[in-house]
Design a protein around this ligand. Structure first.
Ligand SMILES: Cc1ncc(COP(=O)(O)O)c(C=O)c1O
Length: 373
């Protein structure tokens, strides 16, 4: 990067006076947490988030990873079971399957949207399969209707990793609607943040009750554990930040959309790029604006990313190493996922978060065109 050049980061938390006031208010209240994870701010945040995603129940936890782990054990997954999931995702999607003692079975992606390919799921189902985890990668919804149909046909649970998808819509409904449980992250880079934090949403009352127990040591009453649990409780300060962020989320999403659409206009003439799309009745959350440098090898793609970074554009590659090729995860069996491997060599993401101005978007578009074409 040139000296004195300010980098446009790939994502940035959008924190204002509202979040600061909300934190101070909690600190002054003296109520920092609740023994069973059900403090007043947590309850408020859960109600408001459930309303936003049109789910009946929401359970706040202290990370997206905790949300996934809780959903996996909530679904009854245990040692000896198999769970089908994409390899082209953040490692937490697979990690939580392994933490539950189950085997991750990786399935290839559809090249258009980088999400798990419904057609390829059936072939991976065995007698040990208990669940499918679909990820809405980059905030672009997975094709959930056919996946739901497969899950129903084979009696499998469907868990949605919606960590990147706050505000995304599938078939006219907020993502999560087709899943038994949807898992969200409020990590600092996400469309809305609590610093660290997460949420599980579900329409299943019994499951919501079980998740509540799993969140706090298996306790319905203090010191009387009725099942094996964790401490996955969200602190009150985090929930207060979450409420302030959720109130602003529609504005954040609108700005991300404006930036993404402008970038698509700018890059539209680039023959060598595959741009992100939104199928009918679907909306991206535009967590990441990810393009594919068609036909490139990773070295060529990396060279473009490096040039962009030298020009102050915080381009990043998600994900440079698919999970099935990570050293730890190779032990779950050799598999060839050609679309996943190709995508990991060709994609790169560009900043469209709410702090990026339209002038910066134009600069990003022109700079990308310059180095790619
Ligand atoms: C797809 C995906 N799954 C899971 C996670 C885990 O969330 P967290 O970082 O809040 O634990 C993340 C976020 O980092 C993610 O992007």
């Amino acid at each position: 990067m040139l000296e004195g050049l300010v980098m446009i980061p790939i994502n940035a938390p959008q924190i204002g006076e509202e979040e600061i006031d909300a934190v101070v208010k909690v600190l002054r209240s003296g109520v920092l947490t609740h023994g069973l994870g059900e403090g007043p701010m947590v309850k408020k945040f859960e109600e408001e988030f459930a309303r936003f995603v049109e789910a009946k129940y929401a359970l706040a936890v202290n990370s997206g990873t905790a949300a996934l782990h809780m959903a996996i054990i909530g679904a009854g997954i245990k040692h000896g079971d198999e769970v089908i999931l994409p390899s082209f995702t953040f490692v937490a999607t697979a990690e939580t399957v392994v933490l539950a003692g189950a085997k991750p079975v990786f399935v290839d992606i559809a090249p258009e949207n980088y999400n798990i390919s419904p057609e390829k799921i059936k072939k991976a189902i065995t007698r040990k399969t208990k669940a499918i985890v679909a990820v809405d990668l980059y905030g672009s919804p997975a094709d959930l209707k056919p996946i739901r149909e497969i899950a129903d046909e084979y009696g499998l649970k469907l868990i949605e990793d919606a960590a990147q998808a706050h505000g995304a819509v599938y078939n006219g409904k907020p993502v999560g609607a087709y899943a038994d449980m949807a898992c969200w992250s409020f990590y600092a880079s996400k469309n809305m943040t609590t610093g660290e934090g997460g949420m599980v949403t579900t329409n299943d009352k019994e499951m919501a009750e079980k998740l509540k127990l799993l969140r706090s040591h298996g306790e319905k009453e203090k010191y009387k554990s009725i099942l094996l649990g964790h401490n996955y409780r969200m602190p009150e300060i985090q929930a207060a930040i979450g409420c302030a962020q959720l109130a602003k989320l529609p504005v954040f999403l609108a700005k991300r959309r404006e930036n993404a659409e402008r970038l698509t206009e700018k890059l539209g003439k680039a023959k060598k790029l595959q741009l992100p799309t939104e199928p009918k009745n679907c909306r991206n959350s535009w967590y990441l604006y990810t393009v594919r440098f068609k036909g490139s090898k990773s070295e060529e793609r990396n060279a473009v990313v490096e040039k962009l970074r030298q020009n102050g554009i915080g381009a990043e590659v998600y994900y440079v190493c698919p999970i099935h090729l990570m050293p730890y995860y190779r032990k779950f069996g050799e598999c060839r996922l050609p679309e996943t491997e190709k995508a990991s060599e060709q994609v790169f993401s560009l900043p469209v978060h709410p702090s990026v101005t339209l002038e910066q978007i134009d600069f990003i578009g022109e700079t990308v065109l310059h180095y790619v074409e």
